[in-house]
Design a protein around this ligand. Structure first.
Ligand code: RTP
Ligand code: MG
Length: 154
């Protein structure tokens, strides 16, 4: 029924290199599923400098950008399309604040508190708006049809 589907929203989640290397993938996926998200697509990929520059274009003039490129190319990432009602804001709430050190104090149950270690190495990404989500999903996955497809049915 169309009205049920149209209430759902999609966001782009990513487990960053420190999350994958630290073996947090299974724990993070348990939190994702337990929080009511459907994992519509997933892809493990090694990003290069060009990819990161495009993905994080909004930060290209920031002082931390060279470090961000080094961090994000230091190993593979796992990109996922998550779907549920209010997926964008609910995923941002689950991951917690950007600075993982701060997260350990202010949001101790957040994902970044669990597996991040600093303001840079914060183990996960989440889209910050509907516009970002659409751009970031197509960055990794191109156009996805509106009906839900579980990754293991592809
Ligand atoms: P993300 O886009 O990865 O979900 O993170 P965010 O919205 O919470 O934070 P954002 O401001 O978009 O920053 C993107 C990523 O850049 C790194 N960063 N390093 N050294 C620093 O001060 C610094 N600030 C940001 C982090 O990896 C951050 O997630
Ligand atoms: Mg951001």
């Amino acid at each position: 029924i169309c009205s049920i589907n149209s209430e759902k929203e999609r966001t782009l989640a990513m487990i960053k290199p420190d999350g994958l290397l630290g073996n947090y993938t299974d724990d993070i996926k348990k939190i994702i599923i337990g929080s009511g998200f459907n994992i519509v697509r997933e892809l493990t990929v090694q990003l290069d400098e060009e990819n990161v520059t495009l993905f994080y274009a909004e930060h290209s003039a920031k002082g931390f950008f060279p470090n961000l490129i080094r961090y994000m190319t230091s190993g593979p990432v796992l990109a996922m399309v998550l779907e549920k009602r209010n997926a964008i804001s609910d995923w941002r709430a689950l991951i917690g604040p950007t600075d993982a050190k701060q997260a350990k104090i202010s949001h101790p149950n957040s994902i970044r508190a669990m597996c991040g270690s600093s303001s840079e190495r914060n183990c996960v990404h989440g889209s910050d708006s509907q516009q970002s989500a659409a751009r970031e999903i197509s960055f990794f996955f191109g156009d996805i049809p509106p009906e839900t497809l579980k990754h293991d049915e592809l």
